[in-house]
Ligand binder design. Structure first.
Ligand code: CA
Ligand code: CA
Length: 145
C-alpha cells in the first residue's frame, strides 16, 4: 500500500480536494481521484477496476468521473461512467489528458489534476446541473492503493 503523502504534499492534496468540492457545487456529477504507485495493466483497464472497487457506478445518474494515476508507471486515465460518457466525445477526454500531460511533464501533478478537475466539472455542469436535492454521493477524499 502506498500513501497519498508519498505523492502529494498536504497543501497539494487539499488543493485537489478543494477543486473537487468546487466542481461538485455546480453539478450532481461526482469526481474522484485515485493514486497508486504501479500498475501492469493498461491505465484505462486499471481505472475501470478501481472505478468498481470504489463503487463509483453507484451514482443515481451514472455520472461519476475517476481520475486514475499510477505515478511510477507514469500512467494515467480519466474514466467517466455511462451517464457522462454518452454526453461527451472521445475528443473531450483526450483534450483533458493532454492538459494533464502538459503539466505532468513538468512534474506538476497536482496542478494538472486540479485544472482537469475544473474542466471536467464544467462539462458535468453542462450535462448534469446541480439541483437542490443533490447529495455528496462519493467521497471527495483522494484514495490510494
Ligand atoms: Ca453530488
Ligand atoms: Ca463527491
Amino acid at each position: 500500500m502506498s500513501k497519498i503523502e508519498d505523492f502529494l504534499t498536504i497543501e497539494q492534496e487539499q488543493a485537489i480536494i478543494k477543486a473537487i468540492e468546487i466542481a461538485e457545487k455546480n453539478t450532481s456529477g461526482e469526481i474522484r481521484v485515485h493514486i497508486e504507485n504501479n500498475t501492469n495493466s493498461p491505465p484505462l483497464e486499471r481505472a475501470l477496476e478501481v472505478f468498481h472497487l470504489l463503487e463509483m457506478e453507484k451514482t443515481e445518474l451514472r455520472n461519476g468521473v475517476l481520475f486514475y494515476m499510477a505515478i511510477e508507471s507514469r500512467k494515467f486515465a480519466i474514466l467517466g461512467d455511462e451517464g457522462i460518457h454518452t454526453k461527451v466525445t472521445e475528443n473531450f477526454w483526450d483534450a483533458e489528458k493532454e492538459l494533464m500531460l502538459s503539466y505532468f511533464k513538468k512534474g506538476e501533478f497536482s496542478k494538472g489534476l486540479e485544472l482537469a478537475i475544473i474542466e471536467v466539472g464544467n462539462k458535468l455542469k453542462e450535462n448534469f446541473p446541480y439541483h437542490s436535492t443533490d447529495t455528496d454521493e462519493l467521497s471527495n477524499e483522494i484514495s490510494s492503493g
